[in-house]
Design a protein around this ligand. Structure first.
Ligand code: FAD
Length: 559
């Protein structure tokens, strides 16, 4: 069942807010867009919890950028395209890599305190898939917190920015393929309408669709689902990245152990103490994430265990604590001293590679709607994301989208909004299912059947079960976020599963045990799901280089 809106409503009957730019999401992408748009426009940023509850805030490892004289744009571009496994769109890759250094320098000017060597130069880490140490980081392993705090301070200083926290956006309101704003809800106001001349979707990822995830509970793919219902194209939704190393302690939330720990020489061992990664890939622990995740799953199956171990015992306790204070703290809480005991780890859903298709300015195929950050598909990651490339993508495209909103509204006066009426929905007489029960079961189903390894019959089974739940849940009208989130999760789980079923090959993060080879002849293309259609269209990968690219290193702003 594909209803256009989750709720029936009449805009005339609801309280209304008007703004120039409505930004749905207050993570790095939304905040960077807000900083750009607020130069001349009124901006309203919405987040469904407090602003600090975002994937951004939990980011650990760092931000990839070419900042050292002996590094080069060419190297970062080629590393990104290699990991993207044939689906990376070169113009997006070149744009992010080339504009990355300026975004980092700007953050430093705005007060972001990145880690430095004792001589004052920026400290760089190396992560899997990168051929150079080009990851800037902050507070050891709390880059996201520093980044979020810096951007929140910048945005809060702008008089033209308003922020509404604890506010849930249900749907984008459209008329004739144009977004007019959104339908929102919070405890104080109930339902209300926000009219925005431009809307920027910065709603983050989809990790919460999976039982095992590094993402906070906000990551329920709401933005993907509302864009989908509004008619936007969703691209390559089968591409979900799993992080190889989250702390595995039964019953506890899964805390990420950053790739940077492997960058510092940590080794993966099984329960017998055997270092297994060299058996699977020449880059061993620094192989691309999908390879490491699958290797861990294979070794777990071989040794019949629920987890493997990350051995950091070559790093002294003082050094570990100084470089990875957050991870150290979590380990100690569970009685594990990483300098003395290997850390139990297991892969988890981490990053939504697929998303709302957009161009190099963040514009989607629905007029006046932009998508940025993890909700978007710019073409940077292709079939897999290179470590630490998402924060930089969000910074680059957040700024671009915000600036384009400014440029395209310049000189235009606010149009009069026509009243919008969303058709009444006939009350359903079908049985009610328990929301919490389906929520947990859906996440387990996605983990088992549409997770790290996929196979046709199990994807079909997952779709059948999701369709069954959808039959009883997508026909209901809920009045609280838990119900709306579950409806979004059902729609996007169905789409991810269907997309994984359609792509009959193995590429990047998408691993089909029944089609274990990459098949460029049939599948070197994007899969576009347009306007709620059930069948995707294939679209070509863009491999054209942007002409003016400067292949030298960044500004060398290592100051
Ligand atoms: C544990 C962890 C570690 C990571 N480490 C790194 C790293 O080292 N380097 C790197 O490059 N990337 C890393 N990533 C990925 C990176 O953090 C994210 O891709 C990036 O932060 C996404 O930013 P965003 O602004 O798109 O979304 P988010 O930061 O997730 O923000 C989403 C926003 O949307 C809001 N929202 C969502 N739905 C609604 C709704 N219905 N109504 C209202 N508001 C809504 C949320 O409230 C939130 O404000 C990591 C991710 C995780 C989870």
């Amino acid at each position: 069942m594909n209803r256009r809106y989750l709720l029936p409503f009449k805009t005339k009957r609801l309280p209304q807010i008007h703004t120039d730019v409505l930004i749905i999401g207050g993570g790095v992408a939304g905040l960077r867009a807000a900083a750009a748009a607020a130069e001349t426009l009124d901006v309203l940023v919405i987040s469904k919890h407090q602003l600090s509850e975002s994937n951004t805030y939990y980011a650990q490892g760092g931000i990839a950028s070419v900042m050292q004289a002996d590094d080069s744009f060419t190297s970062h571009i080629e590393d990104t395209l290699t990991v993207a496994c044939g689906l990376g769109d070169r113009p997006a890759v070149e744009t992010v890599v080339r504009e990355g250094p300026a975004r980092i320098e700007e953050l430093i000017r705005w007060g972001a305190n990145f880690d430095r060597e004792t001589d004052g130069r920026l400290a760089f880490a190396r992560e899997g898939g990168h051929s150079f140490a080009r990851i800037v980081h902050a507070l050891g392993d709390a880059t996201g917190r520093e980044l979020a705090n810096c951007l929140m301070a910048v945005v809060r200083k702008h008089e033209q920015v308003s922020i509404l926290e604890h506010t849930f956006v249900l749907d984008l309101i459209t008329q004739d393929n144009r977004v007019l704003g959104a339908l929102a809800w919070n405890q104080q106001r109930g339902l209300f309408v926000i009219f925005g001349r431009k809307t920027i979707l910065a709603s983050g990822g989809a990790g919460a669709l999976y039982r095992e995830t590094t993402n906070p509970s906000i990551a329920t793919a709401d933005g993907h689902a509302m864009a989908w219902r509004a008619g936007a194209t969703l691209r390559d939704m089968e591409m979900v990245q799993f992080h190889p190393t989250t702390i595995y302690i039964a019953g506890s939330a899964r805390s990420l152990v950053s790739e940077a720990v492997r960058g510092e020489g940590a080794k993966l061992i099984d329960k017998t103490g055997y270092r297994f990664m060299p058996d699977y890939h020449p880059q061993a622990e620094l192989a691309p994430r999908d390879v490491v995740s699958r290797s861990i799953m294979a070794q777990m199956a071989k040794t019949r265990t629920t987890h493997v171990f990350l051995d950091c015992r070559h790093i002294s306790e003082e050094a570990f604590k100084a470089r990875f204070p957050g991870i150290y703290q979590v380990c100690i809480q569970f009685g594990i001293n990483p300098a003395k005991q290997p850390i139990p780890v297991h892969p988890s859903a981490h990053y939504m590679v697929g998303g709302v298709a957009c161009d190099l300015l963040g514009r989607t195929d629905v007029e006046d709607l932009y998508a940025v950050g993890e909700a978007a598909y710019t073409g940077l990651h292709g079939a897999n994301r290179l470590a630490s490339n998402s924060l930089i993508e969000a910074l680059v495209f957040g700024k671009r989208a915000g600036e384009d909103a400014v440029a395209s509204l310049a000189g235009h006066s606010r149009p009069l909004e026509a009243p919008i009426v969303a058709a009444e929905i006939a009350p359903s007489e079908r049985t009610e299912l328990d929301i919490q029960d389906v929520f947990g079961s859906l996440r387990s189903l996605m983990w088992r059947n549409a997770g790290i390894e996929r196979v046709g019959p199990r994807l079909d089974e997952a779709m059948e079960i999701i369709d069954f739940w959808s039959h009883y849940l997508l026909d209901k009208v809920f009045d609280k976020p838990a119900g709306w989130e579950l409806q979004n999760m059902l729609q996007m789980s169905r789409l991810i599963t269907a997309a994984a079923g359609v792509r009959q090959e193995t590429r990047g993060v998408h691993f089909r045990t029944d089609y274990p080879d990459r098949d460029d002849r049939n599948w070197k293309c994007h899969l576009d799901w347009r306007a709620m259609s059930k069948i995707p269209l294939k679209s070509a990968v863009n491999n054209e280089s942007t002409p003016e690219i400067d292949h030298r290193a960044g500004s060398g702003a290592n100051s």
